[in-house]
Design a protein around this ligand. Sequence first.
Ligand code: NDP
Length: 302
Amino acid sequence: MTATVIDGKAFAAKVRGQVADHVARLKEEHGITPGLAVVLVGEDPASQVYVRSKGKMTVEVGMNSFEHKMDADTSEEALLKVIQDLNNDPSVHGILVQLPLPDHLDSDLVINSIDPAKDVDGFHISNVGLLGTGQKSMVPCTPLGCLMMLRDHHGSLSGMNAVVIGRSNIVGKPMAQLLLNDSCTVTIAHSRTKDLPGVVKQADIVVAAVGRPEMVPGDWIKPGATVIDVGINRIDAGLKEDGSPKTRLVGDAHYDSCAAVAGAITPVPGGVGPMTIACLLANTVTACSRANGLKEPEGLTA
Ligand code: NDP
């Protein structure tokens, strides 16, 4: 079997189009422009790239983008004051604090100081609890993107066996919760799981969120299963013509061997990655609609 490739880049463009349509309606019919504020502390190069591209895409869908860049030695008090001001600002509907924060700042304290209704990353403890009890919440962007692709590919997920490899708070756990809420039978695997190949082999849906390059080979995959590869790993890829080192991105699944067995698979790059920012924009327009007591955009929430 050769797997259907789930094109996350195209899907993300479609989601951004839906967000843009909803933003246009909010502006025309209600005079409201959704706003997303991103707070970046320090100068981590990868974080700077993420923040720039989030800002660019926010503007492209017609929303306001607010960027707050703070020095690496910013005090907790100063950061909490910025968040408080954003919580109180009616033109800001979504607040994202770019992680990781410098070591001297308490990430949990900072995240939990965001108004849960504006917590578009879905990491606030209230949103975690709401998701865990199947109530309306803000859902973490990466697992939300995975869920959207799975629903699009399968329709109903009810009764399917899902194995999520990885139990982080930002991907593995919320992913498992979303799949459970969609009536999958869910197993969460992690570094202490016994017989991981045997566990994965039972799955109709495998979500790999481990951070280990090409760890999941095709012979772990049940024929016809769907593989959602969240991993983003940069590995050596020999040398360029000028002799300098070359790298490439790979996922947590070994793409070629998995694609030979699976029914469907997300590539890396071009799978889950592009969906993450699209879902951040979706969460912002959802937060804005909720804040104004208006109908939420259809198909953009869990
Ligand atoms: P974490 O490092 O927080 O979690 C990794 C998880 O994998 C842990 O639960 C760990 O288990 C488990 N694990 C590690 N080694 C093994 C193993 N040998 N067998 C089984 N399980 C194992 O990572 P994240 O969840 O933050 O990210 C996972 C991957 O997803 C990374 O590659 C990251 O770059 C990528 N990512 C991609 C995003 C996107 O937009 N596409 C967004 C976020 C992350 P244990 O708990 O026991 O240690």
